[in-house]
Structures are given as structure tokens and as C-alpha cells.
Design a protein around this ligand. Structure first.
Ligand SMILES: O=P(O)(O)OC[C@H]1O[C@](O)(COP(=O)(O)O)[C@@H](O)[C@@H]1O
Ligand SMILES: [Mg+2]
Ligand SMILES: [Mg+2]
Length: 282
């Protein structure tokens, strides 16, 4: 898998340069989820696709920005699903954004994810690789240097509650209020990558993107966003659930499926499970 990680590192350096110099405006296209694509989304997608085309171990790729799976090498072992520029609408206000990659074998499903990688483009560029463990690297003088392993504590102090609040179920609202009452601090930028990276590096907490009245299956996409981060959180001694069970056990029926999702350290996730079990129906 090393050549895949090297390809991702190469794409991260090109995307960093694109973000620094590129146009943050909208294109005239929509992606399959119905989001208007930014010029940066399209350009980052092209960068990654062109680099992955050169890697012989990749069988097929699928991007959040494209409709279909693209076959690359019939003898390749790995399938990669990626979100080329997550949180792209935050680039114009100079908040952090990211890229997310899920590496799968056999077919695109939560059960088949074998590794994941994400990149944070912030004041510094950091890259996190999850295999059997979770390792963080930082871009220094155009090279990724190993910095540290990432492990969550049993309990954290941060709360990142996503989605439109007036569409929350009453029990979800009460749970979030209770968590704040217990002294947790609000940390939500609207960029999944920096928001989840912050919880990982500060030792723990909760990130939630529930099902809501306007989006019963949430917003975040399983293959490109939810499963890769679920893999990271599990390997970092945390958990990722759909409110009830491991989100990596949720079935994928379409490549652009979304799922409610909760990522965090054990204490916070067990709290979500209890509230959802007592109040919600799956
Ligand atoms: O504003 P909301 O509804 O809380 O949604 C925020 C979420 O949407 C996203 O921006 C979606 O990602 P894209 O920018 O790749 O579409 C996530 O990064 C973030 O967690
Ligand atoms: Mg995204
Ligand atoms: Mg995106």
C-alpha cells in the first residue's frame, strides 16, 4: 500500500498549492449529491485522479465529485473512495479544509475498508494514516515527517454538533444540551476534517451528524467521509456509530449513500448509544 500513500502525499502537495493560489469561486456544475461544485473541488478531483492513474495496485476509484466508479487496473488489489476537498466552501474564508481517502478491498463497503488517510490543509499541512494504528505526519520543506501516533482518551472535553439544529429530534437536542451542561466546549467549524482532527489530537470528545427531519439519513457520505473516519476512530481506540451500532457495519446500497454518524471517545459514544436506544427507532 506504500505506493498509494506516496500518491496521496504527492496529491496533497499539489492540492495545498492549488488552495493557496486557486480561485475559490463556484463552477456551473453540480455533483451527484446536488451540491454546486466549486472550481477548487473540480481541480482537486483532477489532481487526485491523474496521480492515482499511475498506481498499478489500484483497481478502481470513486470520487465524491463524480457519478460513477472509474476502473483503473483489472489486476489491482485496492479500491479507493475519496472526497478530494472536504469543507471546500470554507476555503474562501480561509478556514481549514481537507481531503479524505478510504481504501477498500473487493468491494466498496464499510466491512471491506482496510486503511484510510486524511489530509488537513490548515496553517500547516498534516496527513494521518490509519492501518493497524494511526500515525500523523506533517509537511515540512515539501516532505511528510512523522510526528506522533494518535490515541484517544476514554473521555474528552469537546463537542462538535453538526447539521441544522431546528431539524434535530427532541432527544438529540436534549442530549447535546446535557453534554454542554456537563462542561463540554463547543468546537465546530463546519469542516469535517479539521473538526474530527481536533477531537483526535485533543484526546477526545464527540462529533455528531445525526439524521434530521430534513435529512433522515444525515448528510455525510458513507464511502468518502463516514467510513474512512470511522476506521481512524476505531484504530485510535475510539468508536464510530450510526446512533446504535458500528457505522462500519451499515450496508451501502449506492456509492453516494449517506449515514447518520457519531465519532468520539468511548464515554461519549456510550452516552449516545444509551440516549438513542431509549428514545429512537432505527
Ligand atoms: O454545515 P453542516 O450541515 O453542519 O455540514 C458540515 C459538514 O459538511 C461538510 O462540509 C461536507 O463536505 P463537502 O464540503 O465535501 O461537501 C463536512 O465537511 C462538514 O462536516
Ligand atoms: Mg466532504
Ligand atoms: Mg468535498
Amino acid at each position: 500500500m506504500t505506493e498509494i500513500f506516496d500518491a496521496i502525499k504527492k496529491s496533497a502537495i499539489e492540492i495545498k498549492n492549488l488552495i493557496e493560489t486557486g480561485d475559490t469561486g463556484k463552477s456551473t456544475h453540480e455533483n451527484s449529491t446536488g451540491d454546486t461544485q466549486l472550481k477548487l473541488d473540480i481541480a482537486s478531483d483532477e489532481i487526485i485522479e491523474n496521480i492515482f492513474k499511475e498506481v498499478s495496485s489500484i483497481k478502481a476509484i470513486v470520487s465524491e465529485e463524480q457519478e460513477e466508479i472509474i476502473s483503473l487496473n483489472k489486476d489491482g488489489k485496492y479500491l479507493i473512495a475519496y472526497d478530494p476537498l472536504d469543507g471546500s466552501s470554507l476555503a474562501d474564508v480561509n478556514l481549514s479544509v481537507g481531503s479524505i481517502f478510504g481504501i477498500y478491498e473487493n468491494e466498496f463497503s464499510g466491512k471491506n475498508i482496510v486503511a484510510s488517510v486524511y489530509v488537513v490543509y490548515g496553517p500547516r499541512v498534516e496527513l494521518v494514516i490509519a492501518t493497524t494504528d494511526v500515525k500523523m505526519y506533517r509537511l515540512i520543506n515539501n516532505k511528510f515527517k512523522f510526528m506522533q501516533e494518535i490515541k484517544l482518551n476514554e473521555k474528552g472535553k469537546l463537542n462538535a454538533p453538526g447539521s441544522t439544529q431546528n431539524c434535530w429530534a427532541p432527544y438529540h437536542k436534549k442530549m447535546i444540551d446535557d453534554i454542554f451542561q456537563d462542561g463540554y466546549r463547543l468546537r465546530y467549524s463546519g469542516g469535517m476534517v479539521p473538526d474530527l482532527h481536533q477531537i483526535l489530537l485533543k484526546g477526545g470528545g464527540l462529533f455528531s451528524y445525526p439524521g434530521t427531519t430534513d435529512r433522515p439519513k444525515g448528510k455525510l457520505r458513507q464511502l468518502f467521509e463516514v467510513f474512512p473516519f470511522a476506521f481512524v476512530y476505531e484504530k485510535a481506540n475510539g468508536q464510530a456509530i450510526d446512533g446504535f451500532d458500528r457505522v462500519l457495519d451499515v450496508e451501502t446500497t449506492h456509492i453516494h449513500d449517506t449515514s447518520p454518524c457519531f465519532f468520539g471517545s468511548n464515554e461519549e459514544i456510550n452516552r449516545v448509544k444509551k440516549v438513542y436506544k431509549e428514545n429512537a427507532r432505527k
